[in-house]
Write a new protein. Structure first.
Length: 313
């Protein structure tokens, strides 16, 4: 399966790993926050100072910056940087990624001011994320839904599957993805296979609160425009009928005896009316409305029953 490598909406600034990392078929998109500036993160990833990298970085201003081809693994997401799917994966448009394929997650880091807890993605970042996700849906066939499982296609944010916890806190709990021993010799229960960190909260509350709206907006953008609404022509009166081309729809008759000059004062403002020969007065909302007898559409009121028509001012 060939994959589009470059997102056309991004500035291309490949890092050294762009040509050395193993290839993947991307089936997941995971959103992150940097806890710092885009420029700083890009600079670190361009150097040898980092063992992690993202495919894309979303700055406060300007387009996304792409650092890695989308079909190369980028190491931001631990066990879903690359994995061999044991089952067929269903993407959109009927695309199936067969069991045995090396899959991966596209990672997008995003700029913040160092305190992402109270720093939502700004309007530009939201726009850039929405556009990328819509493109990923169309070109990579990635479903724009929350990943139903950490190893199933969709979209997520880094801490979405949960938080890893030290085993000592839950001695009897059975972690869903096993355990590992971290650098401090502690046993960590894995609830989130997208990170090997304990207590990871990325991209933090303010941005997590925006997540579903961004995915929904991307879904709307990716969908083809709905067909135009067909507005049927209004019923036309028969040619042989000399009725007025005026219809009162949904008009309530006023009490009999009310006359056009409105001695009762019941008509206010610039109400339009027809006075019928049985003494009833009917409002007209607009002069172009069909008159419909008895409220039935398409049955014109005979002209000869209309005594007068006018506007009360
Ligand atoms: Zn993250």
């Amino acid at each position: 399966m060939s994959t589009v490598q470059r997102y056309p909406g991004a500035t291309w600034r490949p890092i050294p790993e762009a040509s050395t990392q193993a290839t993947i078929v991307p089936v997941i998109v995971i959103l992150h926050t940097i806890v710092g500036s885009a420029a700083g993160a890009i600079s670190v990833m361009h150097s040898d100072r980092s063992e992690t990298e993202a495919h894309l970085v979303g700055p406060f201003r300007g387009p996304l910056v792409q650092l890695m081809p989308l079909d190369r693994r980028a190491d931001c997401n631990w066990k879903v940087n690359a994995w061999v799917t044991p089952i067929d994966l269903q993407l959109e448009d009927g695309v199936v990624v067969p069991a045995g394929t090396v899959c991966g997650a596209i990672s997008i880091e995003t700029e913040d001011d160092g305190t992402p807890e109270d720093t939502p993605w700004n309007a530009n970042q939201v726009d850039q994320l929405v556009r990328f996700l819509a493109w990923a849906r169309r070109e990579l066939h990635i479903p724009l839904v929350r990943c139903p499982d950490p190893f199933l296609p969709g979209v997520g944010y880094h801490s979405m599957p949960g938080m890893n916890r030290l085993k000592v806190w839950e001695p009897t709990a059975v972690p869903p993805y096993g355990s590992f021993v971290d650098g401090q010799g502690r046993t960590v229960n894995i609830y989130n296979p997208w990170t090997n960190t304990v207590g990871k909260s990325c991209p933090a509350a303010a941005r997590i609160a925006q997540f579903d709206g961004i995915v929904a907006a991307a879904r709307a953008l990716a969908e083809p425009a709905p067909p135009p609404i067909e507005i049927p022509d209004p019923p036309t009166r028969p040619e042989e009928d000399d009725n007025m081309g005026i219809i009162v729809t949904n008009a309530e008759p006023l009490p009999a005896g009310v006359i056009p000059n409105d001695p009762t004062g019941q008509l206010k403002g610039s109400a339009m009316f027809l006075l019928l020969d049985d003494g009833r007065l009917r409002h007209i909302r607009r002069p172009i409305e069909w008159v419909s007898r008895g409220g039935k559409p398409g049955i014109p009121w005979p002209t000869d029953e209309i005594v007068a028509a006018g506007v009360v001012t």
